[in-house]
Design a protein around this ligand. Sequence first.
Ligand code: HEC
Length: 118
Amino acid sequence: MRFALFCLLFAAAIPGAGAQEHGHGPADLNAAQTEGRRLYQQSCGVCHTRPTITAPLFGPRLSRLAVAGPQEAEAKIRIAKGSPNMPGFQYLYTPAQIDSVVEFLKLLPPAGGEGTPK
Ligand code: HEC
């Protein structure tokens, strides 16, 4: 009897663990990408995503090209340290969070498609 109860609890725990591992974002984004999208919308979109077609864009439009190959490491340093025109995020975000934002940037198509994937 007690063993049966144990089995029931054990079986119930598995789907719960699986659901957590996959986060609660859309199915096509993994946990890091979902976290990165949240952080990007919170801290980067204001300068890097054009709100309307005629609005000026303060920073360059970001896409996977900005973090391709050797630029990935440079981009992480830029995001951490900032520049005269861009705030640094090293005290706001952990290195893992900055990695997540970069994982999200890798999803953005180069110029042509505007906005961020929903
Ligand atoms: C206050 C506006 C502002 C915010 C907020 C901002 N940036 Fe920037 N970013 C800039 C500007 C402006 C540049 C252009 C280079 C320069 O002048 O420093 C830039 C450049 C970059 C570059 C280099 C792009 C390239 O191709 O050279 C990356 C990568 C980048 N930003 C990522 C981010 C990320 C990720 C965030 C959020 C965590 C962020 N930025 C938040 C303004 C901003």
